[in-house]
Design a binder for this molecule. Structure first.
Ligand code: ADP
Ligand code: MG
Length: 733
């Protein structure tokens, strides 16, 4: 495979803009942190390379990045040497190829810089170009979905030089981390990054064609940009440690609602508690050092829920940075004696967590192709782009929905707290009006103007309102100059959604360019295409309340797919349309898609299996013994009261005893039922059928067990319950 390096441009100007736009001084306890000073201090970024690399080497690397040429070994050797020297100055003893295999985490294998001892018994610190460019982790224990037989353990990691290397400092010391792609011996992708880079190339090729049609001859690259807003929960570490369900599965499997949930809406954007604020400060500091542009932070809707958003950047770097953000959120929480829950639904009955994927297309010379400009109805280029997006999303709605499928997300989508499982596009009043004009007459002659904001208070400054309101219930919303895909789960990589977005848009642009390039009268052809696509794909536009039951019926009438669960979503990955799409743009081969579907089914089955067994374990070893002890105590006390006085009325105690015992009996029955059902899965050999069994049968049995157990929690005294309650967890910081 060799060192195939992605053609891309390092968006240095984003970073510079970020530093300028940010407050330089930031209070850290007593001391001020100079953000501009620490930002990127642990990153082998453009500035460091320019300073440390010989001019010729630096230019060669930049050329490689720009043109996607192969990096020769001599150049790689020089870069590796300088990278090592720089990393050692930061205290690094090890280097690691850092990659994202298909199990949702980032993986790393650490090698120290030491070379074989010399005759003097001393060692040298070395790092060669070969070690920088290519790694060979034992790949046999990473999921491959049948792409690589386990006896063929070879897998390769290859340096993605468009995503900068960084030094990570933690309890393990300092490690030089090199962002890499992960492939099989024969070059098939075993990770998120490889197809993402391929999809960025595909989109670039088609978007450049698109720009040339409109007479742009100066832009050289079109780069998808992503800003991923990350939601998470924080809980106290000791309480976390007392809950086996959180430890084994990342979510609570039992738990009665506390007297107060999120109904007061007093947490969202509320004042941040000291303990949390101090945590956020440390998270920011760590992220800034790693060159991650952590920008916005606030409380979210549920108690104990928070959000962090970075400044957007090119998609592959944004995906890496989101992985780093998740790692950092967890790591810093441990230092603050807290635990960060990234699961999509840690608590039933309160909002879960998502990840809004903000996505736009920006040229190397800074033109945002999703920017409608001041007079949108006259902006033919934008209108054609908009139609391309609508057509892509409508045609591949099921695939896009699949890209956000995650086990935890099944609990959120369509549950009135996150978008429904139906894909639709929110355009807002202004664009919808223009679209309607296009459908009616083929031309738009006017657009709704932005109005002045009238607050009725003279001292408040006047400003123009946005042309559109927001709609939080839409899964795919146009928000001014970007689309916000709101379906993604909080724990999931944003790799897959962006692979899909990039590729479906590449296809749509390619179809449009084929037609325009072949036509005699280009303007007339563009006009026709806009009218045609707007009319054909208008059905995907929905500006109303996505949480309402009417929308579910309306969507059905429009023929839009409604795919409620992950197991039902997976087939879209390997549908004929998807295979044709991905093969045409060299993003996935059919075999790669099939392997991914296989991995997802397997992951689903394994996860629910762990959840089910954890429930059994907790019920048998903790809940039933605690409840028996409680009933015994209660019975003894009833007897004691009775023997002390036959006038004392013990009806209430007896009633509680009966209620508790009834629910205990029910819980025991449901426990036996679940326990009986789990081993059946082993005999279902096909992975998809096994996953469906877990979804249909095991999940149902789990739900049935949870009901009497949650009732028991409400019936027995607080001290008798063997684990912290929802109230303790959600309001315990
Ligand atoms: P919201 O009000 O939607 O919660 P946030 O400020 O939390 O907004 O997050 C918005 C995200 O969108 C940020 O990560 C921001 O950098 C990103 N963003 C802004 N403009 C663009 C763009 N043109 N392309 C991609 N992402 C963008
Ligand atoms: Mg936000």
């Amino acid at each position: 495979m060799g060192a195939t390096i992605y053609r891309g441009a390092l968006f240095v100007f984003y970073m510079k803009g970020f530093i300028k736009s940010m407050e330089n001084k930031y209070i850290d306890g007593e001391e001020y942190i100079d953000v501009a000073d620490i930002f990127g201090e642990n990153v082998f970024n453009d500035a460091v390379m320019r300073q440390r690399l010989p001019k010729k080497t630096y230019q060669k690397l930049k050329e490689t990045i720009r043109l996607g040429a192969q990096l020769d070994v001599e150049t790689a050797d020089v870069i590796a040497h300088e990278m090592k020297e720089w990393a050692i100055e930061k205290g690094a003893t090890h280097f690691s190829h850092w990659f994202q295999p298909l199990n949702g985490i980032t993986a790393e294998k650490h090698d120290s810089f030491i070379s074989a001892p010399m005759s003097s018994g001393k060692v040298l610190m070395s790092f060669s170009g070969k070690e920088l460019i290519k790694g060979e982790p034992d790949a046999s224990s990473f999921p491959s979905g049948g792409l690589r037989a386990t006896f063929e353990a070879r897998g390769y990691t290859t340096w993605d030089c468009t995503s900068p290397a960084f030094v990570r400092q933690d309890a393990a010391g300092a490690t030089l981390c090199i962002p890499t792609a992960f492939n099989t011996y024969t070059g098939e992708a075993l990770d998120q990054k490889t197809p993402l880079l391929r999809s960025m190339e595909a989109l670039n090729d088609q978007a450049i064609r698109f720009l040339r049609i409109f007479g742009n001859t100066t832009s050289k690259r079109v780069i998808p940009c992503v800003g991923a807003e990350q939601e998470y929960f924080l809980v106290d570490r000791e309480m976390y440690n007392a809950r086996k369900d959180l430890i084994y599965t990342g979510r609570t499997l039992f738990g009665a609602m506390p007297p107060k949930g999120q109904e007061m809406e007093d947490h969202y954007f509320g004042a941040i508690k000291e303990r949390v604020a101090s945590y956020m400060r440390d998270v920011n500091k760590e992220l800034w050092k790693l060159g991650v542009t952590a920008k916005t932070q606030h409380n979210e809707a549920a108690p104990a829920q928070h959000e962090l958003a970075p400044i957007y950047e090119q998609a592959n770097v944004a995906v890496d940075h989101n992985q780093l953000t998740m790692e950092t959120l967890k790591k810093v929480a441990a230092r603050h004696n807290m635990y960060c829950l990234l699961h999509e639904k840690p608590f039933a009955g309160v909002n879960g967590s998502g990840k809004h994927n903000n996505w736009s297309l920006v040229t190397d010379d800074g033109i945002n192709l999703f920017d409608p400009g001041k007079t949108v109805h006259e902006n033919t280029q934008f209108l054609l782009m908009l139609c391309a997006v609508l057509s892509a999303v409508d045609k591949h709605a099921a695939l896009l929905r699949e890209s956000a499928a995650d086990i935890g997300n099944d609990h959120r989508l369509g549950a009135d707290e996150a978008p429904p499982a139906i894909i639709s596009v929110y355009l807002g009043a202004q664009l919808t009006d223009v679209l309607d004009q296009l459908i009616d007459t083929g031309t738009a002659t006017h657009s709704i103007k932005r109005e002045n904001m009238d607050t009725g208070v003279n001292v408040l400054p006047e400003f123009k309102k946005d042309a559109m309101d927001r709609n939080r219930t839409s899964p795919f919303a146009f928000t001014g100059n970007k689309f916000e895909f709101r379906m993604v789960g909080s724990r999931d990589s944003v790799g897959e959604p962006n692979i899909v977005l990039n590729t479906i848009l590449a296809e749509s642009l390619s179809d449009i360019c084929d037609r325009v390039e072949a036509s005699e009268d280009k303007d007339a052809e563009i006009h026709d295409i806009i009218k045609e696509l707007a009319s054909k794909h208008e059905r995907i536009v929905f500006n109303g309340n996505g949480y309402s039951p009417e929308w579910v019926r309306e969507a059905e009438r429009r023929g839009l797919p409604n795919i409620p669960s992950m197991v039902e979503a997976i087939p879209a990955l390997v549908s004929d349309d998807s295979v044709e799409l991905f093969e045409k743009f060299n993003v996935f081969s059919k075999a790669e898609l099939e392997s991914r579907a296989e991995i997802e089914y397997e992951f689903y089955a394994k996860t629910i299996n762990i959840e089910a067994r954890t429930m059994v374990d907790i019920t048998r070893k903790q809940i039933i013994p605690s409840v028996i002890e409680y009933t015994t105590r209660l019975a003894n006390s009833i007897n004691q009261v009775r023997s002390a006085s036959d006038k004392a009325n013990v009806d209430a105690q007896e009633e509680i005893l009966v209620q508790v015992s009834d629910n205990l009996k029910l819980a025991k029955e449901k426990l036996d039922n679940l326990e009986k059902k789990i081993p059946v899965a082993k005999d279902i050999l096909e992975t998809d059928k096994r996953a469906i069994y877990f979804h249909d049968e095991i999940m149902k049995a789990m739900k049935e067990l949870r009901e009497p157990v949650d009732k028991l929690e409400m019936l027995v005294e607080k001290n008798a319950w063997p684990m912290p309650s929802y109230g303790d967890l959600l309001f315990g910081l």
